[in-house]
Design a protein around this ligand. Sequence first.
Ligand code: 3PG
Length: 393
Amino acid sequence: MIYAVKQSALALGAADLVRPKSLLAAPRISILPSICAAKNSNFQLSTRKPLSLPSLEGLGFPSVVKPRGLGFKREAFEADRSENIEISHQEARSAAGQKLRIGIYFATWWALNVVFNIYNKKVLNAFPYPWLTSTLSLATGSLMMLVSWATGIAEAPETDFEFWKALAPVAVAHTIGHVAATVSMSKVAVSFTHIIKSGEPAFSVLVSRLLLGETFPLPVYLSLVPIIGGCALAAVTELNFNMTGFVGAMISNLAFVFRNIFSKKGMKGKSVGGMNYYACLSILSLLILTPFAIAIEGPQMWTAGWQKALSQIGPHFVWWVAAQSVFYHLYNQVSYMSLDEISPLTFSIGNTMKRISVIVSSIIIFHTPVQPVNALGAAIAILGTFLYSQAKQ
Ligand code: 3PG
């Protein structure tokens, strides 16, 4: 089983704000770990020549008598040098191992996310009750973590009232962001939701600027032009445009930006690691979401919808629901695992790449009709997120 924590946000923008734990706890590791390792270690590139001692006999010393000091010096240097070579080999090996690990995290994260999005959409097509499916995702993740703590697979976190108090606003934002994205996907193509979600950096900058008074260098503001312009172009040319779907994705962006801001504050100085932080977040979000899901949709609608979906899809509909719930938790866990290894910036680039894989795969799997100008809008928006990540560097 995979353990870690979630965080969302495309973005970068949010990347910085986004994902709770990493921001605070994750060591900032260079995108180029080997260079970083070399910089910080004993690994040295030297232009100095090694110490070379001339023949002692040539200096008039008897061949059998070697001055102790010089002999000792030479031995010490050689020992030192071989130690350095050994250390540099170890550094190189560990840097290569880390690169491989990050590559595996990224590939797993994207793959799990693609699978989640596919099953989530399949479920929503047959059973259009996003409040229940959102609740089931959180319930499954919470259950997985509670069982893991109870059985000792994962160590339960030590929390106090202050921790839960600080987590509350994060959980509210997480709940809103999650349910809004799911509502969006129940109304429009998965690809469209993710194109709009690629606009998250714009929300991050605007909220940070307008509410927190943060300022950014000009290139950051300029990078928002293609993000906003690309999203707008994709939205107006979307063949299956739906206002609820569009607004849901926009609300999700805004909520995740706030979640990241609150997470940052809430995690400060806390010892709960990323995996357990996300587990607590899932549990609290579940408690918040359940009464709303019952009030907005409710058991009567769910029962009728469930019967209908079962009769249309067959018994394996239940497996679709299980898959979307489990994969939701797993992809978030892996995303947090990667956050432990990389900087928020690298993470945000990975998140943007994730959206590309989701957009492309969902268009192929669901045969989503796309016009060239619509694809152009998506491409401009995605390019904007890359420019944004560079500008924030
Ligand atoms: C959700 O349901 O929470 C969203 O689909 C999450 O989307 P993201 O992790 O890709 O931002």
